[in-house]
Design a protein around this ligand. Sequence first.
Ligand code: AMP
Length: 403
Amino acid sequence: MNYKTIDDLDDLTGKVVFVRADLNVPINEEFKVTNTARIDRTVPTIKELMEKGAKVVVISHFGRPEGKGDIKNSLRHIVGDLQKALGKRVVFVDDCIGEKVSAAVAQMSQDEVLLLENLRFYDEEKKGNEEFAKELVKPADIYVSDAFSTAHRAHASMVAAAKEKTSVMGRLMEEEVKALEKALANPVRPLMAVVGGSKVSTKLDLLNNLVKKVDKLVISGGMAHTFMKANGINTVNEANSLVQPDMIETAKEIMNIAKTNNCEIILPEDIVIAKEFKPNAEHKTVSLDEIPAEGWSLLDVGEKTIAAINAKLDECKTVVWNGPLGVFEMKPFDNATNKVAEHVAELTTAGHLMSVAGGGDTVSALENAGVADKFSYISTAGGAFLEWLEGKELPGVAVLKRA
Ligand code: AMP
């Protein structure tokens, strides 16, 4: 890897190490954490640094605060869960810069962790302010960035802070970057991308980048309907099919770029249509020339399409997945997403396929299919994962490049 990691650090005994984590976990109305995944995935980095003798100070953003003192968005709500996950005492400091922090760092013992208050209580964080970053990492000897999911933002704690000190990636960010490089930068081919979701317009950059990189591209979900229309297929009225008329020319262009780059595009061959947009609505599977002119919504792809995608997967060695193939939140319109996800999981388990998924609803769609833990790698990131697939350089990763 071309990036600095914890392995590049010398003796850490007694060193104050700031870990920029993403502890932005969901909480309920009683301020109880409802999903600890992000806390759990930060633990290996913190533990390793502590085992190597460092004094660890954890910093993070949390929610969308409306300024300082917004109790709902205080990181104090996660202290108990972090403590449990680490098996160490966690001392909370109700600020992230200034006297209070310096005093707490000076007093801390090597066997406890300091958790500082929400970085976004200061507007300077989002603005990428250098003075704030300087002040933030003043007590630190070393800075470890482990918040891959925020790496697409040039916030103060992600970029300016890293420039102030000896800075490396934490284990979670390292794992994310390695998985994404393995999938897109140096993939074992044939490489397939599966892209689903609602609209073409939100995935334009992603599609434009992928058609130049992958050998096969599955386009499904609502966004496939614009491509079908571009191919002359009658896809009922726009309201029921998510067809974006102003994107039809763009869809044609994407298909042309694919041709030039020898990228095979796999579009639906049959469609599941429903009378209403609701769970268990009356539905049927139709071929592309049987789509009725009105009265039906296009909610999933049919068995023929599923079989075609799965057969193409059998030919591949690597797959990158973003977006559900149909309206997975409503049964039975999760069928295609589930069946293709199960097939990816089987091929991965058998050692035939390296599979990486992430971004937006993808993780919940794969969890709904019950196979998320069987993929080679599931990214914790939403926007950052998408921007990586779009081929963009993430500022919070770029800053950690080896000189
Ligand atoms: P995105 O955030 O663009 O990845 O879109 C995810 C959403 O796309 C999910 O909420 C799905 O329900 C939705 N979706 C997938 N297929 C369809 C479809 N055929 N019609 C309407 N919505 C869809």
